[in-house]
Design a protein around this ligand. Structure first.
Ligand SMILES: Cc1cc2nc3c(=O)[nH]c(=O)nc-3n(C[C@H](O)[C@H](O)[C@H](O)COP(=O)(O)OP(=O)(O)OC[C@H]3O[C@@H](n4cnc5c(N)ncnc54)[C@H](O)[C@@H]3O)c2cc1C
Length: 497
């Protein structure tokens, strides 16, 4: 038992009760006020600074809906446990300071993140707190705790393989056991007595993400979606049970993970992991249990391998900070001529580039907020390497649109694909080859580009290879039924060689 009278738990990207370091520490106080803030900073149009700055929208409907549902789910769990969740739609510093003052808090606990924007917000909150209230942070979003790594965070290797090998082989480097759900103390009297209002969840129109008063109105309705992606800890845990235990898909994850169609080719844990509805240590413990009870094989190892990729990017951002968001990246590449145009970016965003594998993936992203890893690698490589559009603009579009957006995973992977990040090889994807390999029958491309349905697979992937009479014969005329390619792909690969 601690001697803290009143604590505030400021929930951020850790929207869960299980295995939560900040909440568990805060719950040792005699009374606790859990809070979530919808900060207007996170919504609406922002300027991406640096050379050739541009405007982009920070959060689209997919992610906003997922977060709102996660907050609603968290409030329900906290209420079931005898606590509550205060919700504010206000500047974070103002909201936390106001609420800390209202309950006369001794301490505010929150999770600690490696990325600059999240750190800047935290410091603004710290500076705004009333006298006598301190801010305490706890790390909790990665599989490995930074204190358990075999190297200091500043010495984390800049390429993945040595990082992974060091982590896997160091004798004392193990993911920590997940924490039990804490017993929650009661809420402060001000909230219990009704002097302080717990606040309502903002509507999509309040956040400016859609002209709707209800979140259900903005849920994706496209039946081609791989999963509904309902936000919240309850659904996150259910997805683990479903994927690992009920459907028994973990045993073949390594063989299926490059798939494109369906709910189960990969785990789809990312939205829940990145909004903190799922703890990576909880997932790891479930994988270990599965290995004991069912099978331990390359696939069960590989899910952990991918979670180490996730950690790698988090620690990279802890090491390099804002350098990762710069166009030159951590490799300081000022030799790439970013000559691409707004026209190319626009066609890419809409899924109208005339390159079916790119278009199908972008259309899936727009309609559902999700895209497979194979798809992400290809559309990113196409935009940055073939079109030479400034990679940050593609990454910013992903930031807006992905339901599982995470700053380190997104900008880290984009920089990697764009050859300015954590890769020592200058590699790029041949999107047509990739399409033929991973979508041999063109089922995926045809699902999202139904106008190509009548084409045999080789033409569905390369419609520009058809002669005008073949186009007529198949009823797919380029420039009318489906776009002409926005770039000459062959020539763009020549330049990259
Ligand atoms: C250009 C680009 C942008 C990306 N942006 C994001 C992003 O914003 N958020 C995000 O979570 N992932 C991002 N990824 C990584 C990866 O595509 C997704 O994590 C994965 O597709 C999510 O699906 P899943 O949960 O079914 O993955 P699985 O294949 O089931 O993998 C399990 C988990 O491992 C982690 N993981 C797997 N691959 C990666 C990777 N390359 N980098 C980091 N973590 C990984 C994820 O947490 C994932 O949930 C991006 C990849 C690329 C190429």
């Amino acid at each position: 038992m601690s001697d803290i009278e009143t604590a505030v738990w400021w929930a951020r990207g850790d929207l869960r009760v299980h295995d939560n370091y900040a909440l568990t520490h805060a719950a040792r106080a005699s009374e606790l006020l859990p809070v979530y803030v919808f900060d207007p900073e996170g919504y609406g149009e922002r300027e991406y600074g640096g050379p050739e700055s541009f405007a982009f929208e920070k959060t689209g409907t997919h992610r906003a809906r997922f977060v709102a549902e996660s907050v609603r789910d968290l409030r329900r769990s906290l209420r079931d446990a005898g606590s509550d969740l205060a919700v504010a739609h206000e500047d974070s510093a103002r909201a936390i300071a106001r609420l800390a003052d209202a309950v006369d808090a001794d301490v505010v606990y929150c999770e600690r993140y490696p990325t600059p924007e999240e750190q800047a917000t935290r410091e603004r909150v710290r500076a705004a707190l009333p006298e006598g209230t301190r801010l305490e942070t706890r790390w909790g979003s990665t599989l490995y705790h930074p204190d358990d790594l075999p190297m200091a965070v500043d010495d984390v290797p800049d390429t993945f393989t040595p990082f992974r090998q060091d982590v896997e082989h160091a004798p004392d480097c193990e993911p920590r056991d997940p924490l039990d759900e804490p017993t929650l103390p009661g809420v402060p009297t001000a909230l219990a007595d009704g002097d302080l209002d717990a606040g309502a969840l903002p509507a999509p129109s309040d956040l400016g993400v859609a002209d709707a008063s209800d979140w259900s109105a903005v849920a994706p309705t496209d039946e081609r979606a791989v999963l509904p992606f309902d936000g919240g800890e309850s659904r996150g845990i259910e997805r683990v049970r479903e994927y690992v235990w009920q459907r028994d898909r973990l045993r073949q994850y390594k063989e299926t993970r490059n798939g494109l169609l369906g709910a189960d080719y990969s785990s789809k844990f990312s939205p829940w992991l990145n909004h903190g509805c799922l703890s990576p240590r909880y997932v790891h413990r479930e994988v270990e249990a599965y290995e004991r009870e069912r099978v331990a094989n390359d696939s069960t190892y590989w899910l952990g391998f991918e979670l180490r990729w996730r950690d790698f990017f988090q620690f990279q951002f802890a090491k390099h900070g804002s350098q990762h968001f710069r166009r030159e990246g951590i490799r300081e590449r000022d030799d790439i001529a970013w000559t691409g145009s707004d026209r190319l970016l626009d066609a890419w965003e809409r899924g109208e580039t005339g390159v079916p594998f790119v278009d199908a993936n972008m259309r899936e992203l727009n309609a559902t907020g999700f895209m497979s890893n194979r798809g992400r690698q290809n559309v990113a490589s196409f935009l940055a390497n073939n079109c030479r559009v400034d990679w940050r603009r593609g990454a910013a579009y992903f930031e807006r649109t992905l339901v599982d957006y995470d700053p380190a995973a997104n900008y880290g992977n984009w920089a990697y694909q764009s050859q300015v990040g954590n890769d020592s090889r200058d590699s790029y994807f041949n999107v047509v080859k990739q399409a033929k390999r991973y979508d041999a029958d063109a089922d995926y491309v045809k699902r999202w580009c139904p106008e190509l349905d009548a084409l045999p697979p080789e033409y569905a992937h390369e419609p520009w290879a058809m002669t005008p009479s073949e186009q007529d014969a198949h009823g797919v005329v380029l420039g009318e039924d489906y776009p002409e390619p926005v770039i000459n792909l062959g020539a763009s690969y020549e330049k990259l060689r």
